[in-house]
Design a protein around this ligand. Sequence first.
Ligand SMILES: [Zn+2]
Length: 467
Amino acid sequence: MKNNYKFIRGKYVLPMNGDREFIRDGLVVVENDRICDIGRYDALIDRYRDMDGEWMEYEDGLIMPGLVSNHTHLYQAMMKGIGSDLCLDDWVINVIYPMALAMKKEDFYDIVRFNILEMISTGTTCFADSMYHHHNLDNIDGVAEAVRDMHMRGMIVRAVQSVNFDERIPDACAEREIEITRAESIRCIKQYDHTENGRIRVGLEALSPFDCDERTIRELYGICEEYDVRFQMHVAEAITEQVRIRSSHNMGVIEYLDKLGVVSDRTLLIHNIWVTPSEIQLIARRRANVAHNPVSNMILADGIAPIPEYLANGITVGLGVDGAASNNNQDMFETMKACVLLHRVNRLDASIMKAYDALEMATISSARSIGWEKEIGSLEVGKKADLIVVKTNSCHMGPQLDVVTNLVFSGNGRDVDTVMIDGDIVMKNREFTMFHAEEIVRRGNECALKIAEKADVFNRINNLGKN
Ligand SMILES: [Zn+2]
């Protein structure tokens, strides 16, 4: 088969390759699905001038790796905006669970496409999901098929809640039979892991230490080792969790999980806010990874994760948007800025985190945190061609005295002009090239309204104030 070349020239190239390199007037050469050359335009042009291929020139564009959101719940686009002023318990019990339980495979498909459309349009080219509603066992197939059809790269994570810690949570939310958990986890891995030219990977998750019994946590981690896939858990998101584990096990939540043998370099600890200094040392020793979701943590008033301490201890920290229901968007640019601001004000120290640190967390570190750093997360020869072009000539992105700082502090997802995933252009000049955006948006909106009515959430919320 003839090789397919694409040549992308930009005013700036930010490779995120570890050397803090910043190229002016750069060229990225893509051969099929991989980057085959990168550097200054004038140094490379003689080699490629006469070659056939598609040329794209961005006089005011900055080329950088596609952003990697290492934590989200794609299906939660369904619940975006509704009940967001309720307290956490009321919101989860009256909005999240009833709506999720009203969803079928085709609803997951429609809303996940809707969510991924927003991700692509704001420069995210890879994600790690967390999908824990298996009242129909094929719900997760709706997620996988949507990722496939959107030409997105992502890790579909089959998460399991094996117990109900609160009697108000509907029984159908828990998957209690471990034989089903095991069989379905393995089915998902065999059916989807490393499919679609490697765009789709599969991971497993024990939802949280209090949503899962010890046997299920161990079982899921064991399957991950057996099939060499990633393991993740929501950990220490709320202070109540640390208190609960300490009173029942007389140890911290990380110590508890380490006793179960599930804290390792295979593990992604999601949130990880309420941990002790000795637990931070433990995470570093085990080389476990962290998903930091600053916007969601602020919206839900969860607390502030000790990210500067994690970084100082060499722990890999990636950035996530978390589900759209607790964000309320999927824009990684906003998340990068929120991350820097949150930790600066928390420590009363403007030097504690820099714009480049946030870019690193949103690209190569996020990729590393989910075991994908050999393929994505930076623009380097041999890596997959997942890249974005950001427009820098708008008023709000100027003046161009410090372009990298502007990206994080002045930019937003709508500055992304072009998106390439796996060597294919998915969005160009903000036009989607592989699917009908209007239809995806219409179906997503209709689906959310249908499910909200089916789950009777408007009445549920109205009635809350009357009780
Ligand atoms: Zn989450």
